[in-house]
Ligand binder design. Sequence first.
Ligand SMILES: Nc1ncnc2c1ncn2[C@@H]1O[C@H](COP(=O)(O)OP(=O)(O)OP(=O)(O)O)[C@@H](O)[C@H]1O
Ligand SMILES: [Mg+2]
Length: 239
Amino acid sequence: MTQAPLLIAHGLTAGYGKIDILHDVSLEVRAGEIVSIIGPNGAGKSTAFKTIVGFLRPREGRVIFNGEEITGLRPDLVLRRGLAYVPQGRIVLPQMTVLENLEMGAYTERDPARVAAALERVYALFPILGERRRQKAGTMSGGEQQMVAIARALMTSPRLILLDEPSLGLSPKFVTLIFEKLLEMKRGGFTLTLVEQNATRALAVADRGYVLELGKNRFEGPGQRLLADPEVKRLYLGG
Ligand SMILES: Nc1ncnc2c1ncn2[C@@H]1O[C@H](COP(=O)(O)OP(=O)(O)OP(=O)(O)O)[C@@H](O)[C@H]1O
Ligand SMILES: [Mg+2]
């Protein structure tokens, strides 16, 4: 029995003002997968995420999530359906504590017991956030702030999390840690889709990957197959 994909983005054409950036872009994510999207700067990777979560309305194409059409639905309503988004640039509320940031993440959740359970799960995944819960998020290191940003998205127990450049700008130690955490999240039952500059690592953790270039689908396949593909290697993996 094959399950229907959790997310289907089909034939997305979208952009800013009159300029199309995405041209007929399609991708799918199945429950339990890590899917990685790679491609050069300006390829439209972040634009694809913004279109899927409702910050941009596609000029053509559809987004189906969990069997329902969400094309053009407002981002807060998309989140309520179970699709969380961590934007590029590890955005936290710097004057608020780690705990307050996490509680903000759970704003769609009314039941305090569920918030408490989500907090516990987040602290188990990122113990440092529990230790530092009273610290202002703006005083955490870059890598720690990225953990806050990811953890905040987990607070709604989403069915799918889109992570835009989770490892960007982090020290090698934190890059390794973040990729370990992504695998741990997958083992914990989360479904993840990432956009990553760190293409080799992103494909190494991915069940499947997509290469976008100039706003178009260029390659797709199992992570390991893309990693081994001579053309993908030469063009996108610096070898
Ligand atoms: N708000 C905006 N208004 C106008 N053009 C934009 C806007 N955001 C992005 N663009 C343009 O859309 C194109 C794709 O940008 P996008 O951020 O999606 O690329 P990306 O693949 O995420 O790149 P990077 O790897 O550098 O993050 C770029 O040419 C960019 O200049
Ligand atoms: Mg981007």
